[in-house]
Every structure is written in C-alpha cells, then in structure tokens.
Design a protein around this ligand. Sequence first.
Ligand code: SAH
Length: 245
Amino acid sequence: MSAPGERAAAPDAAPWRASVLTLYPEMFPGPLGLSLSGEALARGAWTLEARNIRDFGRGRHRSVDDTPAGGGPGMVIRADVLAEALDAAAPPDDPRPRLLMSPRGRPLRQDFVRELVAGPGALIVCGRFEGVDERVIEGRGLIEVSIGDYVLSGGEIAAMVLLDAVVRLLPGVMGAHASGEEESFEGGLLEYPHYTRPRDWEGRTIPDVLLSGNHAAIARWRRERARALTRARRPDLLPDDDASR
Ligand code: SAH
C-alpha cells in the first residue's frame, strides 16, 4: 500500500542503474547491500556494478597512476586509463550523467539527489591519490560532486553516500512511509523533533500537543519547531526575509 503522495512502485519500471568505477570494487555493495538499499537492490529497484579501473591499467603491474606534471607529492590517475574504463562502462550515447566524486565538486544536496533520482542512473568515478588528470574530466564531461568540505582518502565512501541518498527515494523503497516528503531539507527546513514511547523518560515528557490528537495543532507545532531549529542551526537554509526574524 502506498501512502498519500508517494508514487506507487511500478514493478515493471526500468531499474535505476549505477555503474561505479573504482580501484576497490570489493568495497561494493558494502553497506548498500543491507537494510533499505540492500532490499531494493535484491528486488531489482536499482542495479549496481562496480568496475575496476585497474583492468585498464598499463604494463605488467596494471599501473593506473603516475607522478604529477610540474612536480609535487602524490600520484595522479591517468587520463587515458580512466577514459578507457569509462568508455567500456558506457557507450557515448548512454544517457546517464557521468559523475566524479571530488572535494572540488558541486555540493551534494537534496535537490541534486532528486534530480538524479528522476534520471536513469549514474556513472560514478571514485578518485584516489591526488585525484585524476584534468583532461579526462573535460574530455568525458565529468560532473564533479562533493559530499562536504573535508578531504577523504578516496571517492568510494562518497559514492556510497550519494547512492544511499538516491536509492531511498526510488519508488517503493521507503514502503508505506512517506517520510521522504517531510524530512530535513525537503521543505527547505530541518526536520522537527521526534518522540516515541515511553511518555515520560527520566523526567522528560513528550510535548502535550503531540498527544492531543489535534492534527492541525500538531502540524503547526512541527512547522514552528522546524523553523526555530533551522533559524538556530542553519540560517543559511532560510529565505533572506526569514533569517533575520
Ligand atoms: N588532492 C585532492 C584530494 C584527493 S582525495 C584535492 O585536494 O582536491 C582522493 C579522492 O577522494 C578524490 O579524488 C575524490 O574522489 C575523493 N574525495 C575526497 N574528498 C571528497 C569529498 N569531500 N567529496 C567527494 N569525494 C571526495
């Protein structure tokens, strides 16, 4: 059964397709193989293939990287190697966006997640070392995506974060819980606080209004709490006229 506002899961709908290019394919599905995302994967709501960039490496050691032109520390993933891996993963007319996980990228936010969910899937490149040769980013039209202002050692966990955010929004994945509609960021606000039994815990009680059965009052209280939390913690999310109040 679907909750109001939720798209019914069409059993014959084409699955959302993820192809991940990585030097560590054995990291996948990892946590994505459990819980909601794992059940959705088993059910065929989405597909995941992890491809090893090293299959296209050079020489006896299948080398994928080299020293940075101009000097400096670390190693850089070669443009020719990564391009071959990309071309083998998807023909040029594959409609899926080609993403590169990167701290320099477009910040991953819920609106971008929604855009991805509406499409056919994604090709996701996971960087390692210092990153990838700039020319393959340009030459293959890679869209750089960042999961936050910090530096990870590789793109795999970042790719999992992106995929987790996408998959839970696929039709039917959250089941009868239309929770996707009310959550943090969906209305441009952080979510209101939640409570459950027991009613009294260590002297802290559930706010009376939530037990009143008055749905209009509950909705009003939740809206107010959401606004107050957002104003206190993330005023940058509020429209300008709201942030000052
Ligand atoms: N030298 C790079 C960082 C390389 S970190 C720089 O300063 O920009 C190695 C790889 O980890 C990156 O290629 C990228 O794929 C991944 N990565 C690191 N931090 C990330 C972040 N915040 N978001 C997404 N991917 C990230």
